[in-house]
Each structure stands twice: as C-alpha cells, then as structure tokens.
Design a protein around this ligand. Structure first.
Ligand code: IPM
Ligand code: MN
Length: 354
C-alpha cells in the first residue's frame, strides 16, 4: 500500500531558524515513520543570505511553487545586517497576505516541569488558545509619510478591519471554543477604538448568537493584567492583529518563555476548490545573539511542526509528538538543541496510538 505523503516546503531562514528546523524535521520524520506516512521536504534558502547575495526576498517563481505544497515550515527571518522590515515584511508578512493565512493560532500553554514567572501558577492555570487575526489591522501597510525629515513631518498608519475579515476570524475562534469549553473572549479596545471596536463587537455577538458560544469581552490593557494575575480566566481569546502580536509575547512569558511558543498561520479554507497551504513557525524569531551556540530550544519549532501535522490531518501523530515533547521537557534544561531534538525523536518513535 502506498504511504500517505505530504509535501512540505521548508524555509529555515535566519539565525537559529536552521538549527531548530532541523530538529523539528527530525521529530516529524520520526512521527511519520511511527504512524505510517511520509513527508516530502522541499528546501528553500530564502532569508538574509539570499537577500544580501541576490537582492531577492520572495521571488514570484518561489511564491508560485509554495502555493502548490501541502504546508510550509518556517524557522525565523531577520538579521541585524539587513534593515528592519525588509525580510519581515517582504517574506513573512507577504506570505501571510498572499496565502491569505487569516488566522494566527497561538497556544499559550504552561507545560508540566516548565517554570513560569507567575508565582503559584501551574499547568492547570495557563492553558489558552489565542486566535489572532493575521491579514488586516495595522499590519496592512496602509499609510504614508509626508514632509519626511522636515519639522513638519507627518506619518500615518491606518488599520483596516473588514466585516468579512473580522467575521471569518471570529468564526474560526468560535469553532475552536466549541471544541474546548465553549467560551470565547474578545480582546479589543472598544472604549477608544470605537469604529473598529464596534465592528469587532457586533460581529462577535452575532457569531456567538449563531453558534452558541459564550462570549466574554476584555479590553486589551486589562487583558494584560489578567493574564498575569488570573490567567485561568481565559480559554479561547480572539483579537486583532497587533493586539494578538503583543498579547502572545506576554502569553509566551507566562508559559515559561519563548522556548515553547508555537504558532500556526492558517488558511482554514472555506468551500470547495484550491486552499492555500498554511504556514507554521515558532514565535521566537531568529535570535542572532545565540545562533550557532547550540543553546536554542527546538521545542517551539517541534510544537509548531506538531500543529502542522494536525492541520495535515495526521491527528494521532500530532498528539503523539506533543506527548513526546511533554515527556522530554522537564529534563531538557542544559541539553543542546540537537540533544533535545534527538530525545524527542526517540520518544515519539516509542509512542503508541492513543
Ligand atoms: C510574530 C512576529 C512578526 C509579527 C514580525 C516578525 C513581523 O513578531 O510573528 O509575532 O509582528 O507578526
Ligand atoms: Mn510577535
């Protein structure tokens, strides 16, 4: 019998990206061998090196090829010798927009054995799912500068919020909430951002009415406070692009740091026809200061690859991979990137079906 095969584009990128992606691949290949499918990896050298050598960030030909794969696994982009924004906007954000990856799914989970900076809080207190809108808001680049460099200089940055864009994101969050405990908290700033806040609020209320999800609301500043003082009050959070960016770094901190923070940039698809591949990346970024030292944790990349397996329909393998991470994590401190990757690969190859 032919084994199921998933074609995955691999974009290790910059800094610690290649180191952690190598371990994520190893873990995923071990899971695939254990659960009877295979990954067909296609490598791309996009990132700072290629940009500095050729001036290319995301050539059209590559973008076309990426549209044809099953999923994309990305390490990190950005390096101090490339101007800020060139790779972030030109590669990562461009992929989010071109592939219409409208959900940025970021689990905030404190795993057993991982110390949290929150005194007295354990895994049962920190377990939430942030659904960040990923194609609109302040990230669209709508704005401009006038009289640059003069005392009269003016800069604008306009947030775009479309009914359709907000609604599809909120509907996704509501569906996830119904899989969990049926609660969804909208995080926004409706007391100040009255135009976009009103759109988000009305949309969330309508979706809640239609789906039966229980809707809570929290201003983003208060949400920061509660995430630290009382994280257990949150389960599924739905929020706009920039709030979600900021909130999930705070989420990573309370869950013990960026070492375990995974993310999925999803195009969940709607209706028949072609659906763009989704993109999976650790939240931590390229961390050039520790690149090449073997000190980067591959866990966030492994967990992101686990989200990828889940999205590809390999649910059992995804769950087994997460269990393998949970088994390895408590003893992982002090081991190198590669050693942790090896331990996870061994643990997952011993996994049995749940
Ligand atoms: C993230 C990152 C990106 C973002 C940057 C690198 C553009 O911070 O994925 O959270 O702001 O979305
Ligand atoms: Mn971020």
């Amino acid at each position: 019998m032919a084994r199921r095969t998933h074609t995955v584009a691999c974009l290790p990128g910059d800094g610690i990206g290649p180191e952690v992606v190598a371990e994520a691949r190893k873990a995923v290949d071990a899971a695939a061998a254990r659960f009877g499918f295979r990954l067909d990896w296609v490598d791309y050298d996009l990132g700072a090196d290629r940009y500095l050598r050729t001036g290319e960030v995301l050539p059209e030909t590559v973008l076309k090829e990426l549209c044809e794969v099953g999923a994309v696994l990305l390490g990190a982009v950005g390096r101090p010798d490339v101007a800020p924004g060139v790779l972030e906007r030109g590669l990562l954000l461009r992929l989010r927009f071109e592939l219409d990856l409208y959900v940025n799914l970021r689990p905030v989970r404190l795993y057993p054995g991982v110390p949290s900076p929150l005194a007295g809080k354990g895994p049962e207190d920190v377990d939430m799912l942030v659904v960040r809108e990923n194609t609109e808001g302040l990230y669209v680049g709508a704005g401009g500068t006038a009289h640059r460099g003069s005392p009269a200089e003016v800069a604008t940055e306009t947030a775009l919020n479309s009914r359709a864009g907000v609604e599809r994101c909120v509907r996704y969050a509501a569906a996830r909430a119904l899989d969990r405990d049926g609660r969804m908290t909208l995080v926004h700033k409706t007391n100040v951002l009255t135009h976009s806040g009103d759109l988000w609020m009305r949309t969330a209320r309508e979706v809640a009415d239609q789906t039966g999800v229980r809707l809570d609301y929290c201003h983003v500043d208060a949400a920061c406070l509660h995430m630290v003082n009382d994280p257990g009050r949150f389960d599924v959070i739905v929020t706009d692009n920039l709030f979600g960016d900021i909130l999930t770094d705070l989420g990573a901190a309370i869950a013990g740091g960026l070492g375990t923070a995974a993310s999925a940039n999803l195009n969940p698809g709607s209706g028949p026809g072609w659906v763009a591949p989704s993109l999976f990346e650790p939240v931590h970024g390229s961390a050039p200061d520790i690149a090449g030292t073997g000190r980067a944790s591959p866990i966030a990349a492994v967990l992101s690859a686990g989200l990828m397996l889940d999205h590809l329909g390999e649910r059992e393998a995804a769950a087994a991979l997460e269990r393998a991470v949970i088994a390895v994590l408590p003893g992982a401190a002090g081991y190198s990137t590669k050693e942790i990757g090896d331990q996870i690969a061994v643990a997952v190859s011993r996994e049995v079906s749940a």
